[in-house]
Ligand binder design. Structure first.
Ligand code: COA
Length: 293
């Protein structure tokens, strides 16, 4: 039987020009940890300066220091709660005082937990929708005048949860569906100002709070079996997609959702053993009456 082939995730600097984002300024909600920290680090390695937004000021300052040290570029901590627009307006003001402009915005702050609908109070549902969807709206409202001036670019970190009904994920599914819709409306309203708005919908990414919460313990192998590219995603996979969407190579791409999930969204589960049934088709011949294989 053939072995499954796994492409590796490559760092952005293996592919893109090192100064591609020289002099660009990126404002990142959720930039203090997880996927958005890694995306910010990559943009900084490619020349950008960053303002990272999160609720915990002390943790955020630690993250900004680590980013600056790791990249030879500059990150500042601009604490805010995306649920409160006045705190974001203050963060934008700090960013402008420090860097003079905002070119790119990443709306990445998110909240999630596993709970069936019957286990969700209205406040629990509201909390997730307020962080993910209202938080994205607030971030857009607080930054859009600056982004219009720089003819810049929005990137929203969405999800694939809502492409089908997923148990125990009703609140984030509803919220991310709203984020996709908001991004499309933004693309249409700000396109004439030279501003683009796109989403990345990540699949399961290693080393994130999302993966820790969503994969049942000890089920890693079972989950990998559902992924056409045969490996869990890495933060570099998302960072590379972000670099492309922010770059001028994507200047005619707006209002889109780029799914970065190793093809998982196209595979709804094994009605045949997977991946064995595609790696060794002949062994499954008996399952196809009249097969000419
Ligand atoms: N199941 C059901 N309800 C839950 C829950 C769970 N696992 N966790 C929290 N809630 C409910 C709370 O009970 C509360 O509702 P209530 O007032 O009716 O009791 C509501 O959600 C708000 O909880 P609270 O802890 O006050 O909110 P918070 O603002 O401090 O925290 C969360 C926000 C709940 C989203 C929290 O998980 C969080 O901050 N996560 C941050 C990071 C994250 O989730 N990252 C993952 C990205 S994929």
């Amino acid at each position: 039987m053939a072995e499954s082939y796994k492409h590796r995730a490559v760092p952005a600097l293996d592919v893109f020009k090192p100064d591609i984002f020289k002099d660009k300024v990126v404002f990142v909600t959720g930039g203090g940890s997880g996927i958005c920290y890694a995306v910010t680090e990559t943009l900084m390695r490619l020349g950008a300066k960053a303002a990272i937004v999160g609720r915990n000021a002390e943790r955020l300052r630690g993250a900004a220091d680590s980013l600056s040290k790791a990249t030879q570029s500059q990150a500042i901590a601009t604490p805010a709660d995306v649920r409160k627009i006045e705190t974001l307006q203050h963060a934008v003001k700090q960013t402008i005082e420090q860097f003079g402009k905002i070119d790119f915005v990443i709306c990445g702050a998110a909240g999630n937990f596993m709970a069936p609908i019957e286990g969700l109070s209205p406040n629990a549902f509201r909390t997730v929708v307020e962080i993910d969807l209202l938080g994205t709206f607030n971030t857009v409202r607080a930054t859009m005048e600056e982004v219009k001036k720089s003819h810049g670019n929005y990137l929203h970190i969405s999800a694939t949860l809502h492409y089908s009904g997923l148990p125990w994920q009703a609140a984030p599914s509803a919220a991310k569906a709203g984020v996709d819709a908001l991004s499309a409306a933004l693309a249409v309203e700000l396109g004439p100002y030279g501003v683009r708005s796109n989403c990345i919908a990540p699949g399961l990414i290693a080393g994130t709070e999302g993966a820790d919460r969503l994969v049942p313990q000890g089920q890693d192998e079972m989950v990998l079996g559902f992924m056409p590219m045969q490996r869990i995603g890495q933060k570099d996979d998302i960072a590379n997609a972000a670099v492309y969407l922010f770059s001028e190579a994507a200047s005619w791409i707006t209002g889109q959702i780029l799914v970065v999930d190793g093809g998982s969204v196209h595979f709804r589960g094994p009605f045949l053993p997977y991946p064995d049934s595609v790696l060794d088709t002949k062994s499954f011949k008996s399952l196809f009456p009249g097969s000419k294989m």
